[in-house]
Design a protein around this ligand. Structure first.
Ligand code: GLY
Length: 379
């Protein structure tokens, strides 16, 4: 993966600015697990919000910073984030398809670096719970648990985001030598390939299966604009997720799928490089999701690494369009503010749009570190 001198200079200078800012932010937020920033100040999910699905990303950022600097303070913050998540391992309702998002950037990252047995144990417990969500007739991993106060039946729901959690299962198989975890992950990826991807290689967010018979029932728009729309963060999860399933299984069908999804994504990048919440949202109102751009960039760079050659260069070019557009338009470089990305959107129909969200910052940092070769491979 060859970057020109100018491209590499831009990446290194941008990473240096991020590093400089995070040195300050990490000191201010060392006792928190941030999700967003309000008035430039990180919030904290350490208490009542500890079950929230994004609570591994701060730890992941700290591990990436540790890779860059070898400063012990980052390691300590990351390990504290990991320990705080222990209450989730004792509470069924705080465990779901997002176990990978919580424990890959914390416990498994820690184990990869330190070989700490408590971290290995946390990772394997989270993987066991994730594997336990597998529907063996439909060959999919169930998404959320039942929502308090809702009578919606989620037993047959699967979501595209889950593709990014499969690496927890691939890791568990590698770590224990037991193929079952990886078999479940590969089966889920295959089911996703068959049921979530449309003819034009856009993907649905939610697919409902009959939880008893296993057949697909219908799809939902989920966090995107609506049924049949194209939620961009979901396209990013799919692009990166299928690339990762290829890396872990070496099954070329997953690579081909990732390439098709990448082709669709690249064809839809607006001229200014800024990514909307949904590629099919109404044209008269532009709402951005900068986290989708950061996630897709990671997927594109990883795909470029796998493919090499001219195809690889096309994927790299796309990432090198998205990342500078973010850096120029959708990032706070003010070191008094705790966040990086400013225009993330959790869901199209939420009341709040275009605000800082921690996973946007995490994937922006990861993308830059993939390009310099400093990244800790989390997934
Ligand atoms: N639940 C994952 C996401 O919002 O992207």
């Amino acid at each position: 993966m060859q970057l020109s001198r100018d491209e590499m200079t831009w990446v290194q200078e941008t990473l240096e600015k991020v590093k400089h800012k995070l040195e300050k932010v990490s000191k201010r937020s060392k006792d928190k697990i941030p999700y967003t920033a309000v008035g430039g100040v990180h919030d904290d999910k350490s208490g009542d919000g500890i079950g929230w699905w994004t609570n591994g990303f701060w730890g992941g950022m700290m591990w990436q910073m540790y890779m860059l600097t070898k400063e012990e303070s980052y390691k300590e913050i990351a390990m504290e984030n990991e320990r705080k998540l222990d209450v989730c391992l004792m509470d069924y309702d705080k465990l779901d398809h997002d176990n990978g998002f919580k424990w890959l950037p914390t416990a498994v990252a820690c184990y990869r670096i330190t070989k700490d047995t408590a971290s290995r144990n946390r990772g394997l417990l989270a993987a066991g719970n994730l594997a336990g969500r597998y529907n063996s007739v439909g060959k999919f991993i169930r998404a959320w648990n039942d929502w308090p106060g809702s009578d919606e039946d989620h037993r047959g729901w699967a979501i595209i985001d889950c593709m990014m959690n499969l690496p927890l299962l691939y890791w568990a198989s590698e770590e224990t030598g037991d193929p079952r975890f990886g078999q479940i992950a590969a089966n889920h990826a295959y089911t996703t390939m068959q049921n979530f991807i449309r003819e034009d290689y856009s993907v649905c967010h939610i697919v409902e299966f009959d939880p008893v018979g296993g057949k697909m029932v219908r799809s939902y728009g989920g966090q995107g604009y609506g049924e049949g729309s194209s939620w961009t963060r979901g396209q990013g999860w799919a692009l990166y997720g299928f690339t990762l399933s290829y890396i872990h299984t070496k099954n070329v069908i997953f690579l081909k799928t990732a390439e098709k999804i990448a082709g669709y994504f690249m064809d839809n990048i607006p001229k200014n490089g800024l990514i909307p919440v949904d590629f099919r949202q109404p044209a008269n109102l532009f709402i951005e999701d900068s986290s989708a751009a950061a996630i897709a960039s990671c997927g594109l760079i990883e795909l470029a690494r796998q493919k090499g050659g001219e195809d690889g260069r096309l994927y790299l070019d796309a990432a090198l369009k998205l990342l500078p557009a973010l850096a120029a338009n959708s990032i706070s470089w003010d070191e008094r503010e705790d966040h990086l990305l400013t225009k993330c959107t959790a869901a199209y129909h939420d009341e709040m749009h275009e605000f800082p969200i921690i996973y946007g910052d995490y994937y922006f940092l990861e993308a830059l570190m993939k390009l310099t070769g400093d990244e800790l491979f989390i997934w």
